[in-house]
Design a protein around this ligand. Structure first.
Ligand SMILES: Cc1cc2nc3c(=O)[nH]c(=O)nc-3n(C[C@H](O)[C@H](O)[C@H](O)COP(=O)(O)O)c2cc1C
Length: 403
């Protein structure tokens, strides 16, 4: 990625300035991180997805990334993941991308293959591998795949080790899904290369012990993800942004990838056609007893994002417990990241960007959709007037007496 293509207005708080990559402009740098909702049947979009994702666009997000979307049916995490492995799945996605676009957000999607961590239950059922008790309810487990026949953790099923022909077919599936995503109207395509899923499992020596062209040393472990990136970039229109989510560290007690490995891979990914590196961590092992996860402090991936930004040509995105607008702004202003992604905070407050802007960039309601912004403006005046007259019936409105 040529960083000259990135433009920024430094006059205002950087979080609210646009970012142009490949001629596609994010109106501001706060976006919504991909989050599985387990609401799909046969990989198809439902009304739930449109309502759920639409509220973030109405809430002012500069970028909304649709959850991990499987490139083939056996690449789903659960039975209820979204998919783009079939042309019939395009139409529902088009509704989502279209709504995000007209509401002012850049429509993004994360393409994914869960590899050896596929075929599991939803998180509220502990995310455990499906078994025969699920099969009795019509949710049968399926054969997972990976670089090597190594299970993700104790009591996890043995994945089938993909042969070279299957690897070649899989690359075509990535390309086909990316092509469908473009057809649906997405302008930001992220590849899920983190959290122990298929791309990550090829990269990491924890899960890849192959002795052929796709394993054995760092160079060969990078090969599958780099081939996927190269093939997708060649198939994408020039103005579609390609992002790649990395686990900046494997977070296992022994033998996992460290930030230096990921910096090297990230630059290779950029050379192969990636524009944005999205910084996450962990997930290569499902064995919690050996898990040395990154501590969940505020902005807990910021140090990794900073390294990736300083040591590669990537535009960098950062996610992980970023909830405070001041901290989010500083992350951009101080060079930790170019894009801030929020996950759970957006679930809690889909209007986060609007509220952050009001508190932060002196903006009241002009960036809200006028269909509700125009109603909130006079309401705000009423609240202030009531507070000035001493009428503060609820503690919730105490803030207006301070103004
Ligand atoms: C309900 C839920 C679903 C998630 N699904 C995905 C996903 O599909 N792809 C992904 O890369 N990360 C996924 N994540 C991780 C988030 O994208 C994000 O990286 C993580 O929650 C940390 O950010 P936060 O502290 O702002 O929530 C998910 C997280 C949550 C809470």
């Amino acid at each position: 990625m040529n960083t000259d293509a990135v433009t920024a207005d430094t006059e205002a708080r950087a979080l609210f300035t646009p970012l142009t990559i490949r001629g596609t402009t994010l109106p501001l740098r706060a976006g919504v991180s991909p989050m599985c909702m387990y609401a799909a049947t046969n990989g198809m979009v439902s009304d739930f997805h449109l309502a759920h994702l639409g509220r973030f666009a109405l809430g002012g997000a500069g970028l909304v990334i649709v959850e991990a979307t499987a490139i083939e049916a056996r690449g789903r995490i659960s039975h209820h993941d979204l998919g783009l492995w079939d042309d019939v799945q395009v139409e529902g996605m088009r509704r989502i991308a279209g709504f995000l676009e007209v509401s002012g957000s850049v429509p993004g999607i994360q393409l994914s293959h869960a590899g050896r961590k596929a075929s599991v239950r939803e998180p509220w059922r502990a995310g455990a591998p499906l078994d025969e008790s699920d099969a009795a309810q019509g949710l049968a487990p399926w054969q997972t795949v990976g670089p090597s026949a190594i299970p993700a953790g104790p009591n996890w099923p043995l994945p089938h080790a993909m042969d070279e022909q299957e690897i070649g077919e899989s690359i075509q599936q990535w390309v086909a899904a990316a092509t469908r995503a473009v057809e649906a109207g997405f302008r930001f395509i992220e590849l899920h290369g983190a959290h122990g899923y298929l791309l990550h499992s090829f990269l990491s020596p924890v899960s890849n012990t192959r002795a052929d062209a796709y394993g054995g040393n760092a160079e060969r472990r990078m090969r599958y993800p780099l081939e996927v990136i190269g093939a997708i970039r060649a198939a994408l229109p020039g103005n579609v942004i390609l992002s790649y989510r990395v686990s900046a560290v494997d977070g296992v007690a022994e033998g996992g990838l460290a930030i230096d490995d990921i910096v090297e891979f990230a630059q290779r990914a950029v050379d192969a056609g990636v524009d944005v590196i999205d910084t996450s961590s962990g997930g290569i092992s499902a064995d919690r007893s050996t898990d040395t996860r990154v501590r969940r402090g505020f902005a807990f991936h910021a140090d990794f994002a900073r390294e990736l930004k300083a040591r590669t040509n990537a535009v960098v995105a950062c996610v992980g417990f970023i909830i405070d607008p001041e901290q989010a702004s500083r992350l951009v202003e101080e060079g930790d990241t170019d894009i801030v992604l929020l996950g759970r905070e957006m679930l809690d407050n889909p209007n986060w960007v609007h509220h952050a802007r009001r508190g932060h960039a002196g903006d009241e309601f002009e960036h809200w959709d006028r269909r509700f912004g125009s109603a909130l403006e006079p309401r705000q005046h009423s609240l202030r007037a009531l507070a000035a007259s001493g009428e503060t019936p609820l503690t919730r409105f105490a803030q207006y007496t301070e103004a």
